[in-house]
Design a protein around this ligand. Structure first.
Ligand SMILES: [Zn+2]
Length: 112
């Protein structure tokens, strides 16, 4: 007999939650590196938290040339398809490669 299903999911869940809570905010990429699960698994985990407003997600755009922060957006469709960097003048089309999903804690994960 195997142990109850869900034991590993639960420990993963508390690991993710404590990571986000400890930092206050973390990018999707950083979180993915820390927990060692697939992008899809992490998305499945985060979507309900985003839905209930416990965490908030923002898209942050960076210049591919100089790395300057070019602002944050609520939704993918809010981002212009062509961008020009204010710092170095580089023009580039919007791509997921230049976007970071920033996750920020809004509520409390743990009661107490
Ligand atoms: Zn630039």
């Amino acid at each position: 007999m195997k142990g109850r299903n869900g034991c590993c999911t639960n420990s993963l869940e508390s690991k993710i939650k404590s990571l986000i809570e400890k930092r206050g905010k973390i990018t999707f990429r950083e979180l993915l590196k820390e927990v060692n699960i697939s992008t899809e698994e992490l998305e499945d985990f985060l979507v309900p938290l985003l839905g209930e407003g416990t965490i908030e997600g923002r898209l942050e755009l960076h210049c591919p040339d100089c790395g300057a922060d070019l602002g944050s957006f609520k939704q993918y469709k809010d981002i212009p398809s062509e961008n020009e960097c204010e710092i170095c003048g580089h023009s580039f089309p919007t791509s997921e490669d230049y976007l970071d999903i920033l996750l920020e804690v809004k509520g409390k994960f743990f009661r107490g």
